[in-house]
Design a protein around this ligand. Structure first.
Ligand code: EPZ
Length: 417
């Protein structure tokens, strides 16, 4: 087990390259199951979750090669349409194989995802959507069994905006007979990227990136080459990092258009930005202003930036309120931030933060991916040494984060324990 050690107080200066998007790469990898042949995907981030998904594709029978952000996937010999519990329990996104498998092969046996650091995280919308498309869904000993001769297009209205359910149902619908309409579809850039990947494969999808998708089923799709979009949460996390330390960094290979609302919140807090194509130049202010945030589906403030914003507000003198409307209990980072001296009360799905000038380093425990990011951000600002334990969580979603921060001037290193 590794830990990351930080001696806080250094300003950040220099350039950092944002990796490809984890939450685009994962569904795109499963979309390759919808056709037989050789795919090439570039700008794939080297993350634990991506390697887990590659292992799942190999269990299904695909041949996967991955190095230097390039992934070659050959789906010519897929022959086992299952996602086993011991893999699914380590990564909920495994459920993305359900739609492609039942749509292309007529059968899928996928473990129900277990819990996670916060929860519950239900999959009812995925299953109800597949049933509407004509799949026979049964649950047996913790597994979802989905069967269908050929799925049939239907009208599907999600009562909540769900990234995963939109992705799964869209992938199921592209080979269904007839037309599927998805209303209240997720508009996240990662779902738009998935839709564009499917269209490149020969799918017929209108409305990518909007809340209404119209999908006309086709008989066959073909392999393609694609480049992953940049990871917007990665970019937002580095902006939070320089905002707490002070300094000026250039975030390269990002897409500011995917972060409009987040950038506006940082600007309200006093952070200055300049934009050159895919570069974001971030100038941190000497004094931050306390700013309230409420998470919402895209294009609102993403729940995946909630913990990082909470860390930022912890060292911003004044009162601020961070409310999560997506996951009502995504606050496992707060007891750990309190160990650094943060003054935060949680009431229902809101964190009331009494920001202070200085936190003090301590040993803290990662509980999930974005909580880990918030602890690293707080450690960069805290006086003295912070040891962030169980960093396997952070490796799920950030490529070599300590190396990137070290290059920007942070006093940070990884230790094996
Ligand atoms: C995706 O998870 C992301 N994961 C999450 O990022 C992100 O936090 C989440 O979307 C919200 O933006 C990936 O893309 C791999 P949802 P997902 O379905 O698809 C409810 C990270 O840090 N819901 O959009 O699982 C659910 O409870 C991860 O990278 C149902 O009620 O999230 C939640 O309140 C963490 N029934 C809301 O919808 C369902 O069947 C949004 O969840 C599905 C979801």
């Amino acid at each position: 087990m590794d830990k990351i050690v930080i001696i806080g107080g250094n300003r950040l200066e220099g350039e950092v390259v944002v990796s490809g998007s984890k939450n685009a790469a994962l569904p795109v990898m499963t979309a390759t199951l919808l056709s037989s042949g050789k795919f090439v995907i570039e700008n794939v981030p080297e993350l634990r979750d991506v390697k887990t998904m590659a292992n799942l594709l190999k269990i299904i029978g695909a041949d996967v090669k991955f190095s230097e952000q390039r992934m070659d996937i050959d789906t010519s010999n897929c022959n086992k349409f299952e996602a086993p519990y011991d893999l699914v329990r380590t990564m909920r996104a495994s459920i993305y194989v359900l739609g492609p498998l039942v749509s292309r092969f007529g059968y899928a046996k996928v473990s129900l995802p277990g819990g996670c650091a916060w929860g519950p995280r239900p999959v009812n919308l995925h299953l109800e959507g597949l049933k509407k498309l004509g799949a026979d869904i049964t649950l047996d000993q913790g597994y979802i069994i989905a069967k269908a001769k050929r799925l049939k297009g239907s009208l599907i209205k999600f009562d909540v905006s769900s990234v995963g359910a939109t992705g799964n149902i869209m992938m199921a619908a592209v080979l269904a007979q007839g037309t599927t309409v998805i209303e209240n579809a997720a508009k996240e850039p990662e779902i738009k990227a998935l839709a564009e990947f499917l269209v490149k494969m020969g799918a017929k999808i209108d409305g990518a990136g909007t809340e209404r998708l119209e999908i006309e089923g086709v008989d066959k799709l073909h392999p393609v080459k694609e480049i992953m979009i940049p990871d917007r949460i990665n970019a937002g996390t580095f902006i939070a990092a320089v905002s707490v330390t002070g300094g000026r960094i250039t975030i390269k290979k990002s897409n500011p258009d995917h972060l409009t609302f987040v950038l506006s919140k940082f600007q309200e807090a006093g952070v200055k930005f300049k934009f050159y194509n895919s570069d974001i130049i971030v100038d941190a202010p000497d004094k931050l202003k306390p700013i309230n945030v409420t998470t919402a589906p895209y294009p609102g403030f993403p729940t995946d930036m909630q913990a990082q914003w909470t860390a930022l507000m912890s060292i911003t003198p004044g009162i601020s309120i961070v409310k999560d409307t997506i996951y009502l209990d995504r606050f496992s980072h707060i007891p750990e931030l309190r160990r650094l001296g943060a003054d935060i009360q949680v009431e229902n799905n809101s964190a009331i933060i009494k920001g202070m000038r200085e936190l003090k380093g301590a040993a803290v425990m990662s509980t999930d991916l974005r909580a880990s990011a918030s602890l690293i951000i707080a450690g960069l600002a805290a006086k003295g040494r912070t040891d962030v334990l169980r960093v396997y969580h952070i490796d799920r979603g950030y490529e070599k984060i300590e190396e990137k921060l070290k290059k920007l001037g942070a006093q940070i290193w990884r230790e094996r324990i």
